[in-house]
Design a protein around this ligand. Structure first.
Ligand code: FMN
Length: 398
């Protein structure tokens, strides 16, 4: 029994696919899992709580309190109880609320307070699935570290044919089983730097750059998925801390260097994806600089080259990965960076490729080692992160 003793919290939303929740619960219980079910109010229109309670052998919860007694259904306890929360079917409505942090029912309150990983299997009509709002919500959920169980292509309840059918219960069980298998990086410690750095000119101004941190955060999520213990040293971004990652927030290149150095020596893997300023103002003015002459000179001094400095301390057992964003002589420049910074792997993206680099949700990369070159097509940053982590796993096992 692949799921013996595993505690699974199943969230069921209002979708025609809710009937498949009954089959899913049966399969999970057969595999030895302990299953508790939370239904949204809308889900009651599609399948009865009696069916799901009978199959799960546990009472089904929907409301914050039990009507007759006023007794509280404790969403925090439910979240702490679960080894994993699975939302299947996940409606477009619930996905939107999850992405924005809305909390107007028991399922959402439990989702927000759950410390366990979350898997979700959307079900909806093809146009709802393709709508930019849904697609943008999916991207946001992936930055939270929530794992999508892809819907399949086929005939939908509306009669239309396309993508949007919830994955079959057997596929969902397989995803849950895979989730519990130890990742290929179990027991490994990883350090990831991400985002920009801000170098203060005065109390209100800084020199920064356009990095959003998306690539580094996606890498942290993928490393956690593969079982690594991840420290993410991040410059200022608008991104939420991914689940299971220990986040160290920094502002300047100097702070990023200090934080990275602290974690580097006991890391098995270090990925330097941050866009660190090369120069900082030599002096930070104590007071806001007043508008004066037509020109203002700010003396700049070099910051620490974090990857190069830590590259000097690198042990043979460590795998280090750097990024090169190039505009010309891409491969030659990336190779010389690989050497000079003592990287094992360098991720090259060219500003000549549309959809690659800063602020995009996509990236087109080439992975270079001292002896190999692997080119990839334009992909989402989540998929790119998976390709990079696969290459790291290959290097570790080489
Ligand atoms: C017959 C019928 C089928 C529906 N199927 C879906 C569906 O598959 N996916 C979806 O996102 N919404 C579907 N809806 C709309 C949801 O039920 C509706 O958005 C509801 O508010 C979802 O609530 P919940 O997210 O709290 O469960 C359907 C509605 C009806 C009437």
């Amino acid at each position: 029994m692949a799921l013996a003793g595993k505690k699974i919290l199943l969230g069921v939303c209002g979708s025609i696919a809710a009937y498949k929740a009954a089959l899913l619960i049966r399969l999970l219980v057969k595999q030895g899992a302990d299953v508790k079910v939370i239904m949204t109010a809308s889900a009651h229109d599609f399948i009865t709580p009696l069916t799901l309670a009978t199959l799960s052998k546990n009472p089904v919860l929907t409301n914050f309190s039990k009507d007759e007694t006023g007794q509280w259904n404790n969403h925090v306890e439910l979240g702490l109880w679960a080894d994993v929360m699975v939302i299947a079917p996940a409606s477009a409505n619930t996905l939107a609320k999850m992405a924005t942090g809305l909390c107007d029912n028991l399922l959402l309150a439990t989702y927000l307070s759950a410390r366990c990983p979350v898997l979700f299997a959307p079900a909806m009509d093809l146009d709802m699935w393709l709508h930019p709002a849904t697609q943008s919500n999916l991207k946001k959920l992936s930055t939270f570290g929530n794992q999508l169980i892809e819907p399949t292509h086929g005939e939908l309840a509306s009669g239309l044919v396309g993508t949007g059918r919830m994955a079959e219960p057997e596929q969902i069980v397989e995803a849950i089983e895979n989730f519990f298998k130890p990742g290929k990086l179990a027991g490994k410690k990883a350090l990831v730097t991400a985002g920009p750095t801000y170098e203060a000119i005065d109390p209100v101004r800084f020199i920064g750059n356009h990095s959003t941190g998306k690539m580094g955060y996606a890498l942290a999520v993928e490393l956690v998925r593969q079982g690594a213990d991840v420290t993410l040293v991040s410059g200022p971004t608008h991104l939420a801390a991914p689940a299971g990652v220990s986040l160290v927030k920094v502002t300047s290149a100097d702070e990023m260097f200090q934080a990275s150095q602290k974690h580097f020596s006991h890391s098995d893997i270090a990925i330097f994806s941050a866009a660190v300023a090369d120069y900082r103002p030599a002096h930070k003015a104590d007071q806001k600089i007043k508008k004066g002459d037509s020109t203002l000179n700010i003396e700049l001094v070099k910051t620490y080259d974090i990857a190069a400095e830590l590259g000097k301390q690198k042990k043979a057992s460590q795998v280090t990965v750097g990024f090169a964003l190039e505009t010309e002589n891409e491969k030659i420049n990336a190779h010389s960076k690989l050497k000079s910074k003592n990287f094992d792997l360098i991720v090259l993206n060219s500003l000549n490729d549309s959809g690659a680099g800063f602020a995009h949700d996509t990236n087109k990369i080439t992975l270079l080692t001292a002896t190999t070159t692997q080119e990839f097509s334009l992909k989402s940053k989540t998929e790119v992160a998976a390709d990079i982590v696969t290459a790291i796993i290959e290097l570790i096992h080489a």
